[in-house]
Every structure is written in C-alpha cells, then in structure tokens.
Design a binder for this molecule. Structure first.
Ligand SMILES: *Cc1c(COP(=O)(O)O)cnc(C)c1O
Length: 449
C-alpha cells in the first residue's frame, strides 16, 4: 500500500522523544550535516532534501474485502430499513458523541438535507465562510438561497466572528461555518449571534472528523453537523457523508427527506409521502467499508496531531513562516491539511508560486490552498439567472456584488501554503525534512527570484 509504511509504534516513538527540546537549533544543523550538495536548491539542480516518498492515501484494511464481498453476495445493496448502514450510523454517532447520525450519499447531500430540514428556503440568505471547498457554496445556491460571505480571519483560516453581524438582514435564516482543514471555527461567537438573531447553525465539518471545540466534537456544536467520506477524506469510502444531531425530531425529518419523503419516526404517514424528499441514501458497500476504516481513525488523528504540533514548533522559528492559529475556544484540529502562511517579504519578495515550486522540488509536496472563489463564475452565473432575479430584488443583488470584497480572504488566498494530511502520517524525521527544506529555501532566498 504505502510506498513507505511505518508501524504506529515507530511513529509514536520517533515523534515523542524530545520533540520540543531540539526546536531552536535543529533545522540549521540539518542543513550543515547534509553537506555541500544540500545547500543548492533542488530547483537549481541541487539534491532534494526529501527523496523517500510519503505515506500514501487512501489506505484500507484487508478485512474490509471480505465484508464487501459478503454484501455483494447478499444482494442487499441498499439500506432498506436498516442493515449495515444503520449499524454504521450508530457507531458514528458514538464516535462523535452525538445522539443520532444519518448516513448520506456524500457530504454535499448531507449539507443539502440539513439546509432543507432546518428550513432554509428559496429567497433566503445563508452566511458562509468563503475559504472552503466549493460544495459549501453550491449547496446554498442549489437551495436557491444567497450565499453571503463572511470575511475570513487569515490567522485562523476560518470565519471572522467580528464580521458576521454586519451581514445579517431579515432574509438571513442560517449560518454555515466551515471548519476548514479541520480547524474549528469560533463556535461560541457563532452560536451567540445565531441565538440573538434566531438563526440556524449548520456546521460544515466535512474536513473535521474528531476536531474539537472546548473539548466537544466538531459537528455537535450547532443544530446539525455534516461530514464527508469522499476518497481524499480521513474516513474514506469513495463517496459518502453523514449528518449528526441531538434533536430526534429534526433527525427524523432528515431521515424522511433523504429517503424520498417516506415517513420515519415522528414524521407520520398522514398520507403516503407526507413530506417532500429526495434520494440521498448511502449504500451498504459504503457502510461496511466505513466501519472498517473507523478502526484506524482515532490513531491516525493522534499521529497527525502529534506531528503537526511538532512541525508548528520548528517551522515557526523560520522568518516569514506563520503556522495557523486556532480560533478562540478551539482545542483540537483534524488536519485535513496542515496550513501555514508564507510572507514573501522575508523571502526576497519571491512570489508564493516560486516558493511552492522550490518546496515541491525539495521533495515536499505542497499547494496554495483555496482561491478567491467568491469571485468565481458560479456566483455571477447564479445572480444573473432568471430564478435569482425573481427571488431577490435588484437592489439586493446590486448590494451583494458591492459587498463581495473580502480583504482577509483575499490575503489568505495569496499567502496560504498547505501540506497534505497523509504527510502528517509520516514520522518525526519526515517533519524534520519539511522544516529543513523550508529553511534551505529561506537561506537561499536571494537566489529564489
Ligand atoms: C469534501 C467537502 C464537502 C463535500 O463533500 P463531498 O462528499 O465531496 O460531497 C463539503 N465541504 C467541505 C469543506 C469539504 O471538504
């Protein structure tokens, strides 16, 4: 599976010994030890710092193979009234400290169900973080509501709580905070504002499995929390998603809606099909695979956390490198990516693009995070559509366009640098290589442009 796999014990052993003791001096020593060759940047033909590859993703347990074949041979591939999907729901709710869970076909469908059930309707407005995967916008647009962007705090990568209230008006019905990269949003402030203005809160926790806010699981802090199990995610099964919540009546309505509007629990059969609905169901194959994947999720999360904290402690020493900061009240990130900001002023004004090229060349895969999607074509297309022109007064759409300037988000989109979550499943030496490579680039900054 992995090009280079570590046993859990090896990872923990290497990561825990004197993790913080060597911080200040270590990276500098690394470059000197490496010798002449290492001092020339790989983009200029020097030897890359890291040549051993990285842990691969996704991975799976051999035992899942039997379980999947059993489902195949049973002929019961859909969830019906329960089956493996219901068992997964029970286990995932337990893992997340939630009362209930509903499995869905994807994270996108989880969000669509949550928006519908919490009453977000055509012509409403939903406050959303612009720094996210595009699905967080699309679900609002598909609900024919207006995604109103709350600027991002570049330090925390998440919704700036001080910018929420100014965006609220009498059409606002919900807030959709995104725990991007697994970094929890300041949920105390979001919930306080939501209560004051009578708004629903839907957490996009699609990257935040086992992240914590005041030691509570991300996804359990608002009215509903949504998760994704797509191929790249930490609990991957190709496609899949879930909604978690503590209110039985709301969760019954989620179930009914996701199953063509058939009655479920407190959603009674007053007539056949008492409510509207859709098909957003998870398959049995996905559920058995997820139950197998769940066996490793806590251990993986601990390894990512330990490596990320170690990486923080060493790279923050390098000028112009600013690791993410947790929002007030956030106690644990899930690290769907490890993000930091690159300040080009400290690197001889070399553009981030050049820094990314140099770091990739050193054998450290990285990318620049999300772009300024609030300026992308989908928003213009929606606002110019016949439906939106009917649903919103011209004046409202004009003001939306005017207010669609997000300096914090724009800054972050220019400065962010991300490492893939799977890299954090490596060992301490791998983290040292990351720091060495960044420092090597810093030391060669005069040759970077
Ligand atoms: C992955 C993701 C989604 C959508 O999940 P899918 O399962 O791909 O539909 C939504 N929001 C965020 C932040 C995500 O990362």
């Amino acid at each position: 599976m992995g090009k280079r796999m570590f046993t859990r014990r090896q990872v923990l052993a290497t990561a825990s010994v004197g993790a913080l003791a060597t911080v200040a001096n270590w990276p500098f020593k690394g470059i000197i030890i490496a010798g002449q060759d290492h001092n020339k940047l790989a983009i200029h033909g020097g030897k890359p710092v890291h040549t051993e590859g990285w842990p691969k993703w996704p991975v799976w347990d051999r035992n899942a193979e039997n379980d999947i074949i059993e489902v195949l041979r049973s002929g019961k591939w859909w969830r019906g009234r329960g089956g493996h999907v219901a068992e997964f729901e029970k286990r995932y709710a337990e893992l997340m400290d939630a009362k209930r869970c509903l499995a869905t076909a994807s994270g996108t469908t989880a969000l669509l169900v949550a928006l519908h059930v919490l009453g977000v309707d055509a012509g409403d407005e939903v406050l959303v973080s612009p720094y996210t995967f595009i699905a967080s916008y699309n679900v609002i647009l598909l609900t024919k509501a207006l995604p109103v962007f709350v600027d991002t705090d570049p330090e925390t990568f998440t919704m700036d709580p001080n910018k929420i209230e100014e965006r609220i008006n009498d059409r606002t019905t919900a807030i959709l905070p995104v725990h991007i990269f697994g970094l929890p949003v300041n949920m105390d402030r979001v919930n306080e504002i939501a209560r004051k203005h009578n708004l629903k809160v839907i957490e996009d926790a699609c990257q935040a499995w086992l992240a914590e806010y005041r030691n509570k699981k991300a996804g359990t802090l608002g009215d509903l929390g949504c998760f994704s199990f797509q191929n790249s995610k930490h609990l991957p099964t190709g496609e899949g998603g879930a909604i978690i919540g503590n209110d039985d009546e709301i969760m019954d309505r989620c179930h009914a809606f996701h199953n063509c509007g058939r009655p479920y629990g407190s959603v009674k059969a007053t007539t056949p099909y008492p409510t509207r609905g859709s098909n957003r169901r998870m398959q049995q194959f996905q559920a058995v695979m997820l139950m197998s994947q769940m066996k490793r999720i806590k251990k993986d999360a601990d390894v990512r956390l330990e490596n990320a904290l170690y990486l923080n402690s060493i790279i923050k020493e390098i000028p112009g490198i600013i690791p993410y900061k947790l929002a007030d009240g956030a106690t644990r990130s899930a690290y769907h990516a490890y993000p930091f900001r690159y300040k080009k002023e400290y690197f001889n004004n070399a553009p981030r693009k050049r820094f990314l090229e140099a770091l990739n060349a050193e054998g450290i895969p990285c990318w620049g995070g999300y772009g300024p999607q609030n300026k992308y074509g989908l928003i213009r297309e929606a606002l110019n559509s016949r439906g939106y022109k009917r649903l919103f007064p011209e004046e409202r759409l004009r003001r939306f366009r005017e207010e669609n300037h997000l300096p914090g988000n724009d800054q972050l989109c220019q400065e962010a640098v991300c490492f893939f979550q799977s890299m954090l499943l490596g060992n301490k030496r791998d983290m040292d290589d990351i720091a060495t490579a960044i420092l090597k680039i810093y030391k060669n900054r005069d040759k970077l442009v």
